[in-house]
Design a protein around this ligand. Structure first.
Ligand code: PFF
Length: 437
């Protein structure tokens, strides 16, 4: 069977940006920022994206394009058939399924909120409404709906499923978000939200340096879809003419820009219309978006229309990310076990239907999985990919990095390889150790 590939370079970029831009930007980033001191968190997060995120993204690209395989097959193959390295890749396949199990539950909430925005169902009391729909049988049913949409795209294949869908979704997300941000910052009273978000205030960072650093690191990996093998898998469908460094920089830049824009929508709304960070919004729980922001819409003219637009954007963003999660195990079954794509999608969809339902019925489990479990899996996974790229691939990684690159990118190759070999994995292992202490 001929292995699939992207139809165009921009198709790959849109798909990867679609994977990166998701609930991490629109749901997790604003509440992480709120919980960790606002502007100072933003600065630390941006630094980690640049110093750890971009080189990490390039390492995954190198593994993917060199091997033309899913993560498990990629590491085993490139390490000359080593089963131990294969297991490191297989961890990514497993992580993808864990991620999708909780992500799809949140996706289900969003699906429900698009409809509830149109009818104004939560306008009377957003807090009570969210509390009555977040977990339980109905939440499980919406999770199944969201998962079905995800599976439909993945079953269509790389070019006519993922590429076609994300080529439309990604630009729509960006354009709508720019419009929403423009509108939000022009609301009377938005200034207080903007200064919480943008005026640099180091006091929280000074009193909580470790927790801010950890939260910023976890968020940076999550938002760039790193440590799972998504970017390995997506790059495995690439040809040799892409400059990995250029494409990676564009993807990171667009993703960070969207995260930043999300903050420009969320904080002005919370401050202008909700009077600041209430218990729910500052508590960092899932409620930030569904109670704080949703509640703002009931106070403004055309609130329903704006709310549908807002949750519509979030839905598109969530879908283009969940697609990339499901693609990892699907690629694994297709590459390694010759399972036809549709059957693989159906089988894995059935599996996540069950695991996601368990999450939708258990708030405690959901919180543990979506927080500490995911952070640990992503950090460990990326550390493994970096050590592999730096020490097992070594010079070959440098050659792969250089293929298709311009002179500037190539001149950065050696420093990139050394950071991948040394500081970056050490940094990740250190944050991992801190979280266990
Ligand atoms: N980057 C996605 C987001 O910000 O929502 C989440 C994600 C997708 C994480 C795919 C990991 C992954 F493999």
């Amino acid at each position: 069977m001929v292995r699939e590939s992207w139809g165009t370079r921009i198709g790959f970029i849109f798909a990867a940006v679609g994977s990166a831009v998701g609930l991490g930007n629109l749901w997790r980033f604003p509440w992480m920022t709120a919980e960790n001191g606002g502007s100072a968190f933003l600065v630390v997060y941006l630094a980690i994206v640049l110093i750890v995120g971009v080189p990490g993204l390039l390492a995954e690209f190198v593994i993917g394009r060199r091997s033309k395989r899913n993560p498990a097959g990629a590491l085993r193959r490139l390490a000359g058939g080593s089963d131990s390295w294969g297991l490191v890749g297989l961890l990514g396949v497993f992580t993808a399924l864990v991620l999708l199990s909780f992500y799809s539950v949140v996706g289900g909430w969003i699906l429900r909120y698009v409809g509830a925005s149109a009818t104004g169902a939560y306008f009377g009391n957003p807090g009570t409404y969210f509390g009555s729909v977040d977990f339980g049988v109905e939440a499980a049913a919406f999770h199944v709906g969201f998962l079905a949409l995800t599976a439909l795209v993945v079953a269509g294949g790389v070019r006519s499923g993922i590429e076609k869908a994300t080529k439309v979704m990604t630009p729509v997300i960006v354009v709508l978000l720019v419009a929403l941000a423009g509108w939000a910052v022009s609301q009377p009273g938005a200034g207080a939200g903007l200064s919480f978000y943008l005026d640099f205030d180091p006091s929280y960072l000074e009193s909580h340096p470790v927790s801010v650093l950890q939260a910023a690191a976890g968020q940076a990996l999550f938002t760039l879809s790193l440590g799972v093998g998504t970017m390995i898998t997506y790059a495995s469908y690439l040809g040799e003419d892409n400059s990995l460094a250029f494409d990676g920089s564009v993807i990171a830049l667009l993703n960070t820009g969207v995260g930043f824009l999300a903050g420009l929508v969320v904080f002005p709304l919370l401050f202008a219309l909700q009077g600041g960070l209430s218990e729910t919004t500052a508590g960092g729980g899932p409620g930030a978006l569904f109670v704080g922001v949703a509640g703002a819409f009931n106070q403004i003219p055309f609130g329903r229309v704006l709310a549908v637009a807002f949750f519509g954007v979030v839905l598109l963003a969530a879908l283009s990310s969940s697609i990339s999660m499901l693609e990892i195990p699907v690629a694994y079954l297709v590459d390694e076990h010759d399972v036809p794509r549709r059957a693989a999608t159906l089988g894995l969809g059935g599996l996540v239907l069950v695991t996601g339902t368990i999450c939708a019925l258990n708030p405690g489990l959901f919180t543990t999985v979506s927080g500490p479990v995911v952070d640990t899996l992503l950090t460990a996974g990326l550390a493994g990919f970096l050590v592999f790229t730096g020490w097992v691939l070594g010079k070959d990684a440098l050659a792969e990095y250089g293929t298709g690159s311009g002179a500037l990118a190539r001149s950065l190759g050696v420093p990139w390889l050394w950071s991948v070999r040394t500081v970056l994995p050490l940094f990740l292992v250190w944050t991992l150790a801190l979280s266990f202490l």
